[in-house]
Structure formats: C-alpha cells, structure tokens
Design a protein around this ligand. Sequence first.
Ligand SMILES: Nc1ncnc2c1ncn2[C@@H]1O[C@H](COP(=O)(O)OP(=O)(O)OP(=O)(O)O)[C@@H](O)[C@H]1O
Length: 310
Amino acid sequence: MEQTSPPALEINSLVRSYGPVRAASGISLTAQRGAVTALLGPNGAGKTTTIHCATGLLKPDAGTVRVLGRDPWRASAELRSRVGVMIQDGGLASGAPALALLRYGASLYADPLDVDELAEHLGIDRFAGTLVRRLSGGQRQRLALALALVGRPELVFLDEPTAGMDASISRTVRRLMRSLARTGTAVVLTTHLMDDVEGLADHVVVINHGEVVASGSPEHVVASHRAADGTVHLTATASGIAPEKVGALEVDLRRAAARLGVSLDVTTGAADLETVLLDLTEPAEGPSAEVPSAEVPLADVPSAAREEVR
Ligand SMILES: Nc1ncnc2c1ncn2[C@@H]1O[C@H](COP(=O)(O)OP(=O)(O)OP(=O)(O)O)[C@@H](O)[C@H]1O
C-alpha cells in the first residue's frame, strides 16, 4: 500500500503568550515537503512567534509542534542538522568575514552545498571579506539565508527572507526557494506582503491577532474571502505612516490587484490613518460570488509602500 509521508511541519492548537500579550491563540497549520508554505499576516500577527516555537527557540504554552515528526523543543543535534533556520536579526558572529563564516557553517555538515557556488548565486562573493558587523541589512540577510541552506535541510524556516533585499536579488531568492521545493525541501516563510506569495507559495496560511484566519492556495485565499457582491475586503494596518505615503501604497496595491485580475477601489479616511480598508472588486461571477464576506490582512503599509516597482 502506498504510504503518504507525514507533513514536514505540523502545528496543532499552538498557544504562546509573552506576559499578558497572547501572540499565538490556537494556531494550527501544516507544511508539506516539496512545497513553499507562506505564513502571511501584518506586523504583530504572531508569525515570528509561531516560527520560533517551530524551531525550538520558544516553548509553547499549549498545543503541539512536530518538526520532521519530532518535538523541536527537545530537538537532538541530528534533528537540528536536518532543519535550516533564518530568523530576523539572527545573531551572526559579527567579527567574522562573511565568506569565512559561511565556510565555517558548511564545515558543520556532512554533505554541505558547494560554498563557492552558493556564495556566487547569492552575490556573497562580492562582499566575501567584509566583517559581518559591517554588512548592510540586505547583505546580512543573504548571508543568513546561505547559512540556513548550506546544510541541505529537509525543512527550512525563513522569517521575512527577502526583507531589505533589492528587487534583483529578491527575484533570485524567490527562484531559489522554488527550486528547493522542487527538489523536495519543505520551505516555510513568513511575509506581510501578498505580493511575496504570488507565484511563489503553494500554500498560504493567513495569520492575524494570533489566529489562522484563512488558508489555502494564494488564489483560494483571495477567492474564498470574496463577498456576495464580488468584493474582497483586504485590511492593511497603517499606523504611524505618513499620509503622503498612502499614495505610494495605493499604486502598489493597484498593481497587486491587476496581477490578481481584480480591479481596486480604495477608500481611505482621514490623513492620519490608523487603518486603510481596501475594497478589491471585480464583476461578480462564478462560485466565488457565493462566499461570505470577510476581512483578510493583506500587508502593512510601510513595507508595501517601500516595495520596489517591478
Ligand atoms: N519578546 C516579546 N515580548 C513581549 N511581546 C512580544 C515579544 N515578541 C513578540 N511580542 C508580541 O507578540 C505579538 C506577536 O508578535 P510576532 O513577532 O510573533 O508577530 P509577527 O507576525 O512576526 O510580526 P512582524 O511581521 O512584525 O515580525 C505582538 O503583539 C508582539 O508585540
């Protein structure tokens, strides 16, 4: 009888608080081998907390987490060697030159990737001798990504992998993630940009306020939240954003909407917006028109406004 392999990552009813702040309130999700799974949600949604619980950096208050079938909190060295992790501000040794650190990372594995090839692919060869503490944010991200991948992990966690990268390197990284998935790796990434998941993720889990509010393919996530009148409500948190930036956001979102094949009707309120509510509309047609309305966090404004024009 054919045996289906268990998910690379399985999280059930995960709860994790920081004092009075409940960052994860019963999150359940799975990530399969050979697929890119994106955790999508605005700042503070609970994505990083979920990743930290999955990588054994944080102990859940309740619920279960299984990584390659095991509890990451009690992970053995053997399990850790099969999992790659790239976390935000992940403490890289700051006094080491970039390429030397990557070579050292590779030396910890029995069958690492070719360091020179990886360095060239991610453009690390261009700052090979620079000390880590002198690297720019984007360069540091690339090095952290290379360190997460160099051991040929079966499952890799990437927290905001393309944040701070320019458009061209970000495209390279997206291609790299797709090719990793093609060769059977389970790729789990976090992002707050809907744009990041299109054409990249096979499975999207939308998280907001510590809960999963939608999941499925990128197309499904949008379609299943279409109102009876054909309207998709997408909420973007805009606290602290200068009113003049809202225009740039609108341009970005119109592009995203065009790629999704829907037209965009933006309704904004006062100048110091706390929340921007966007109505993505298209002529009501097909089964999606029967799905009830809901609000889906799309992206936070700062990042969307920063995003480079493609
Ligand atoms: N160490 C901490 N101490 C206290 N509160 C925390 C801590 N880390 C996270 N939080 C809070 O937990 C909630 C979830 O944060 P988390 O970092 O998991 O969200 P996120 O979705 O990853 O956000 P971002 O996109 O900004 O990285 C937020 O309200 C955050 O302020």
